[in-house]
Write a protein that binds this ligand. Structure first.
Ligand code: ZN
Length: 182
């Protein structure tokens, strides 16, 4: 089922996600709906907050974004992205590696808004997958950026919080226009 993606101004986007203790039927249904919703919206990632559910849960699929490649390693060995996508991250923890670099980002909760965001180029991730199994990997490229963007959502942090003051000011009226009265 396609879910409604909430836009800037919705309180769920500012809520820190609750840690997931059990993977039950309802959670699996939510994961399946979030994947369907992400693909339908042409996104590379979607956090539970964006469908109005503040949980430590996000889905990601960067496969097929050929102009912005990613690499992924498990236990220090490079793995094929296609074997790992889509990716479901439950209760993720991140370790950020390297000096932040600028890269363009958008967000399904901010339609039409894009800006350069500085983020470390590489990330180590520990999480639980949809089967309840521990997941541990390293990533660079678009995947490292997408993981950090989604992780931020799970803490109630939005990409506008990380824009340069100059970009934030330039986009201010567009961003404020998205605010819906809820
Ligand atoms: Zn986003």
């Amino acid at each position: 089922m396609i879910l409604e993606i909430v836009e800037y101004g919705h309180p769920a986007l500012r809520a820190k996600g609750r840690k997931i203790e059990t993977i039950d039927h309802d959670l699996l249904q939510l994961i399946s709906d979030m994947l369907e919703t992400m693909y339908e919206a042409d996104g590379v990632g979607l956090a539970a907050q964006q469908v109005g559910r503040p949980l430590q849960l996000c889905v990601i699929d960067v496969e097929g974004i050929k102009d912005r490649p990613s690499n992924m390693w498990v236990d220090g060995k490079k793995v094929d992205l296609e074997d790992c996508m889509p990716m479901v991250l439950i209760n993720p923890e991140l370790e950020l590696i390297g000096k932040p670099k600028a890269g363009v980002e958008g967000c399904l909760s901010f339609p039409g808004i894009r800006a350069d965001i500085d983020r470390p180029p590489r990330v180590k991730v520990k999480a639980i997958d949809a089967e309840g199994q521990p997941l541990s990997f390293e990533a660079d490229g678009l995947l490292a950026r997408a993981v950090q963007h989604e992780y931020d959502h799970l803490q109630g942090v939005l990409f506008i919080d990380r824009m340069s003051d100059k970009d934030r000011r330039a986009l201010d009226s567009e961003i404020e226009n998205l605010r819906t009265d809820i």
